[in-house]
Design a binder for this molecule. Structure first.
Ligand code: T3D
Length: 262
């Protein structure tokens, strides 16, 4: 499949997806969703991929659903948004969460609507200082989707989640980092170098261990007993991995580890 709305590349263990409709602030269309599904399947099937980056081309990260991609003009038949969510946004969020490798989101500019929440579905979110997060849904009579109602209260608490969702104000990246919505905010000029260093680090990390961390930390509905059970099971599995053996051997040999992701 050739891509028109995204750019996909994978080299040196680093897969990169760039949302690429800069004149529309990289807003989602059905065809972009189709391309994203295809690219995520490629990442999942590519054994050499150890980390995935998602970012946007141009001045924005993603302005959510392309509102001109559907006919909602007076007189036209109503669009079934539930179907759009089921076909496009739900698989995207679940697909990102299910990937057995870290997913980094570099928020290079405004992230609005589903664009903001797709960023929050990623494992590590780094934003440029000029970027912002907007739960734009309330401005058009909708509810935060793409996991927004799940992620927001868990990340920033109900009071802030409610304010963001009901008012749709622009949350600057720095405040998003201070509130714990995202991992880090950096100066615009440092976004590329910071993200590249992080990707290089993650591409050389014990990938199976990171995938297990992702599984355990996202099992948010667990009781303590269930969490302890999962930790035991994951640790058992990882204890048989080549990377655990290499990590211990490197520690005892006082040398840097060379993890292979196996
Ligand atoms: O429908 C379903 O399937 C259900 C799922 C819904 C999920 C959702 O995401 S709903 C929320 C949809 N998104 C929005 O409501 C955000 C709309 N955009 C904005 O509010 C603003 O564009 C921003 C605050 C994001 C950025 O503002 P600004 O001033 O930096 O840029 P701009 O001038 O508004 O936008 C630049 C261009 O992109 C402009 O086009 P033009 O005038 O240069 O030809 C603008 O119309 C276009 N654009 C921005 N966002 C969208 C868009 N075009 C279509 N859809 C958009 N979402």
């Amino acid at each position: 499949m050739s891509y028109e709305s995204i750019v996909y590349e994978c080299a040196d263990g680093i897969a990169r997806i760039t949302l690429n409709r800069p004149d529309r602030l990289n807003s989602f269309t059905s065809s972009m969703h189709g391309e994203l599904r295809d690219a995520l399947a490629k990442v999942a099937a590519d054994k050499s991929a150890r980390v995935l980056l998602i970012t946007g081309a141009g001045r924005g990260f993603c302005a959510g659903q392309d509102l001109s991609d559907r006919a909602v003009a007076p007189g036209s038949a109503p669009v079934d948004l539930g179907e759009s969510i089921e076909t496009n946004y739900r698989p995207l969020v679940l697909g990102l969460r299910a990937l057995p490798l870290p997913v980094v989101c570099a928020v290079n500019g405004v992230a609005a609507g589903a664009g903001a929440n797709i960023a929050l579905a990623c494992d590590l979110v780094i934003a440029a200082k000029s970027a912002s997060f907007i739960q734009a849904f309330c401005k058009i009579g909708l509810v935060p989707d793409s996991g927004g109602t799940f992620f927001l209260p868990r990340l920033v608490g109900t009071a802030r989640a409610m304010g963001l969702a009901m008012l749709g104000d622009k949350l600057p990246a720095q405040q998003a980092a201070e509130w714990g919505l995202i991992w880090k905010c950096v100066e615009d000029a440092e976004l590329t170098s910071t993200v590249d260093a992080l990707l290089t680090q993650l591409a050389q990390a014990p990938t199976r261990g990171l995938a297990a961390i992702k599984r355990a930390l996202y099992a948010t509905g667990s009781t303590l007993e269930q969490a302890l059970d999962l930790e035991r099971d994951l640790q058992r599995e990882l204890g048989f991995s080549a990377d655990y053996r290499e990590g211990v051997d490197a520690f005892l040999g006082k040398r840097p580890p060379r993890f292979t992701g196996r």
